[in-house]
Ligand binder design. Sequence first.
Ligand code: PHE
Length: 381
Amino acid sequence: MAKAKPKSKAGVKAPTSAVPPDLGTLEADILAEIERAADLAALDAVRVAALGKKGRVSALMRSISEVPPEERKAFGQAVNGLKARINAALEARKAALASAALEARLARERADITLPVRPGPLAEGRVHPVSQVMEEITEIFADMGFSIAEGPDIETDENNFTKLNIPPEHPARQEHDTFYFNARDGRDGARLVLRTHTSPVQIRTMESSEPPIRIIAPGRVYRCDSDQTHTPMFHQVEGLVIDTETHMGHLKWCLEAFAKAFFEVDTVKMRFRASHFPFTEPSMEVDIGYSKVGDALRIGEGDDWMEILGCGMVHPNVLRNVGYDPEVHQGFAFGVGIDRLAMLKYGMADLRAFFAADLRWLAHYGFPPLDVPSLARGLSS
Ligand code: PHE
């Protein structure tokens, strides 16, 4: 039994050149409905009524095969063109409605970024004083144009000692209470150690880059030593500056500027004491003046001295060991004890508490994680 065919298409005359009038009317109707659709749901209803299974345009598509052969091509082209234009209009309207919806949402939903952070894990956690002090030191030296260098905790004996002008049998090796690895752990016969200071990063940096050099290298160091002021693992920050005209004046200025910025004081009493390190010549230890006011320490003034770092001009042998010509390049190096600085600045008496992982201690001495130290806002406030 033949299905009743829609009547409309029977009346469609398909002239060879122009769109038949009722196709034009249909198109205008549908386009007008598309324009009137006020939201995505209304637009979809228009799409279904035109292009859905029972849609008006779909019915026209099906009727193409029933048009007499000589008119079929032109009629088919006209219907296909109509369908394409309706599809394009639907897409355009959909995009317009979507962006209007987004605009409305953006206007409606506003985030007040000046509100304080809600209480929660992010605000409750605390930054360890060692991490805080490392960030403060990094901020100060970055401001002076230093970049950050790194080296591994497990070092070769060569980098930790030999290239730093501490040959085998040198007495300085004994002073360092080194943790040695078994001889078989090293590659190609190189003996491995837990680095006893950050100075091997000097070697690594000079071997992998050309002067001028201006780096600091914060990190962990290890010595087989443990009491109230010594832990087997502690932290240092190494500094290294190499250029063609670097002298002790630069070293002194640099460390003084650092001490003032770090302790957040305008003047700081400092003492450069002659000392000895195999990798610097001359070598100095630096003390900071302080006084006790009740239980607190006043840093930078007073008649007591506290040692905070070792430093000196890089030894010509060290420069030669990394292939530099000491007649052309020289510079200075320093090594600061970070834990010591943290104790001084923030008034903690026992170094061992640093590594006891006691949450009560951390809650008391730790720093809010969202207060990133910056010179402009104040390092520790
Ligand atoms: N590496 C030395 C130490 O650990 C400190 C230091 C570094 C001294 C650089 C001079 C130059 O004691």
